[in-house]
Design a protein. Structure first.
Length: 636
């Protein structure tokens, strides 16, 4: 047995490294192309740049890092961007002739809030240089740190001699069956039966447990309950997710439940509630922090003396004593912060933080595990004795830019593989609390084996009498043509966009603007393509009908709506061609996400003649047609 298992582990991790290397090489080449070919204006539009920026105040944070704030102009407020905590950035200047010169220094994003971004920089001289640079801009850099951390995790797990990690690795790689303890099941009257089973299975598992949470089934509620009960048995747990937003969401729900949380890394939303459980804010609120701050300030002042005085024995001894005391205080504050926290939360990559070095946890909870690369999940798994994976591998997959790597298996997550290999370690949450039953049923049949049921209070929810919950407004006869934009990376169908807005206005008028405002009926306007989203935003700004309810309208890509819900969802499919080419609309998990954002109504606008070549869309169209009463077939 020993001889057959080792090659399997070796092959598995070798393949993971190869796929990750393919993605890294592709992203490196793509970054180089975008930097050199597209120019600053195009990269601003793509969310990769802020330009021009104004340099604001600077300060030292609780980690003793120098942070400088930069601001972009109000005219760019509506432009989406990809900057977030932990991402590396490069600085550049663009002269009047359009020539770009990159600075020799880099920074790391500390937080972003609307038009303000805080960036950790290496030295005070950098700030002086920034302040003296006309036409300054900041651009996302290739995320070398995340790749380096993932490669390191793959190597560590493959070669580990830690007995417990070896056992856990062999279960997660499918070689050894997961184990469960015999426990007396607990009752949770406030949970439904499948949620209750999931919590008990989590408490009983020795190695791995999966909570499979389809849309609207209360995955977060279940996870919070499981964490709360686990903390009755263990002193502390680690909670991770792929994105900062997902970490914030679960952390906030735990805080609402009364659980002390220590959030490593900065939140995606900056407000007092979110900041209250962040490490940096808690560190700065510690009673010993003022003393530590004054010592750090004294050290910086002494180091700023001229060379002659700085190198004197008196100054060197003074710096050494101050450093020793500062280190003592840092250790003391850190120990107290971690000792009082019951949950430590961070992103998967963030679990490699120096703050967590040497720390180990009995249980790791990974939320949105269906969106996390396997290599990223291993980063956190190294710190735990058992792993709880929660998410839905029938919704959005990990973001992968290299098609070849995706096709070869990089998109297959740890959660998906374990669910396929060890179905006994999976609990499906089956009662959904979001959607009208007619919206739910198609998704349930196609993705979840028909196992979902709608809670009684949502199964017939609607806005208008005699309305149907799902419509497909076919544009086949309207001669709407798609076109390629943004160097082949996106699609646009302006005529469909115009029609889409007209249909939205029509539906709004049927409901009534005042009723929408009084009842706070909200709308999710979705397209798979960024170019179409941008076009729809521009059209909505010009609509007199929609102006009074603009706060009730959210417009984004499918990926941007993951985890959200709206009363009404309208989807612009864009694709319209004679060859039946539908691009990444063939990733059906995306359409599952788009459809299941809706509580009461889904309206799909698209060219059926293009889409119906695919079995999924053909069945979806047939399902929607059979929902409509005979009198409504063929109505405009």
């Amino acid at each position: 047995m020993e001889k057959t298992e080792k090659p399997s582990i070796t092959r598995h991790f070798l393949r993971q490294r190869q796929l990750l290397q393919m993605e890294y090489d592709y992203e490196k080449e793509e970054y180089k192309r975008l930097s050199e070919e597209l120019g600053v204006a195009r990269n601003v539009q793509r969310g990769l740049c802020w330009h021009p920026v104004r340099v604001g105040r600077n300060h030292y944070n609780s980690l003793n890092q120098l942070v400088v704030e930069v601001y972009r102009g109000e005219e760019h407020s509506d432009e989406e961007h990809q900057f977030e905590y932990g991402r590396q950035v490069r600085f550049f200047v663009e002269n009047e002739a359009g020539q770009v010169t990159y600075k020799h220094y880099v920074g790391t994003v500390s937080y972003v809030e609307e038009n303000r971004m805080a960036i950790v920089v290496p030295s005070a001289s950098v700030i002086m240089d920034m302040e003296n640079s006309a036409g300054l801009g900041v651009q996302l850099s290739l995320d070398e740190t995340s790749y380096r951390t993932m490669f390191e995790a793959l190597n560590d797990v493959e070669k580990t001699t830690n007995t417990r990690l070896v056992a856990l690795r062999d279960v997660l790689c499918g070689l050894v069956e997961p184990g469960f303890r015999d426990i007396y099941p607990m009752r949770f009257p406030w949970l439904n039966r499948s949620q209750e089973v999931a919590v008990n299975n989590i408490l009983a598992c020795r190695d791995v447990m999966i909570v499979h949470g389809p849309p609207g089934t209360g995955k977060t509620t279940t996870l919070v309950e499981a964490i709360y009960e686990t903390l009755n048995r263990e002193p502390q747990v680690l909670v991770c997710a792929q994105s900062n937003m997902a970490v914030d969401w679960i952390s906030e729900k735990l805080v609402d439940r009364g659980v002390p949380v220590l959030r490593i890394g900065n939140p995606s939303r900056v407000n007092d509630k979110m900041l209250s459980f962040c490490y940096e804010r808690q560190f700065e609120s510690h009673p010993d922090y003022p003393e530590l701050w004054s010592m750090r300030k004294a050290i910086r002042q002494l180091q700023g003396l001229d060379k002659k005085h700085r190198n004197s024995d008196t100054v060197r001894n003074r710096i050494a004593k101050l450093r020793h005391r500062a280190e003592e205080l840092e250790v003391k504050i850190n120990a107290e912060l971690f000792n009082q926290a019951r949950v430590v939360s961070c992103t998967l990559v963030g679990s490699n933080s120096v703050l967590l070095k040497g720390r180990h946890f009995s249980t790791l909870f990974v939320d949105e595990a269906g969106q996390a690369l396997e290599a990223a999940t291993w980063i956190a798994v190294r710190k735990a004795d058992r792993v709880i994976l929660a998410g839905d591998h029938c919704q959005l997959p990990p973001t992968i830019k290299c098609y070849e790597a995706e096709r070869s298996g990089l998109s297959r997550t740890m959660m998906e593989r374990v669910a396929m290999r060890w179905p006994q370690a999976v609990t499906l949450l089956c009662v959904q609390y979001r959607m009208h039953s007619d919206i739910m049923k198609f998704s349930s049949q196609w993705f979840y084996g028909g196992n979902l049921v709608a809670a009684p209070d949502v199964e017939s929810r609607g806005i208008l009498d005699y309305d149907i919950a799902m419509e497909w407004i076919d544009t086949s006869d309207m001669d709407f043509a798609e076109r390629t934009v943004s160097a082949g990376n996106s699609r646009l169908n302006t005529l469909e966009g115009d029609f889409f807005i007209a249909e939205l206005e029509r539906y709004v008028q049927r409901i009534g603007v005042q009723r929408i405002l009084d009842e706070r009926i909200d709308f999710g306007l979705i397209s798979p393509y960024k170019a179409q989203v941008k076009y729809l935003r521009s059209k909505i700004k010009k609509s007199a009908v929609l102006k009074p309810i603009k706060q009730q309208l959210s417009i984004n890509t499918i990926d941007g709506f993951q985890g959200q819900e709206r009363d009404v969802v309208m989807i612009s499919l864009v694709r319209s061609n004679d060859d039946g080419r539908i691009g990444f609309l063939s990733d059906l998990r995306r359409m599952n996400v788009a459809i299941t954002r809706a509580r009461m109504k889904v309206m799909i606008v698209g060219d059926a003649s293009t889409l119906l070549h695919h079995k999924f869309y053909a069945q979806l169209r047939a399902y929607i047609e059979q929902l409509a009463p005979e009198s409504q077939h063929g109505e405009d």
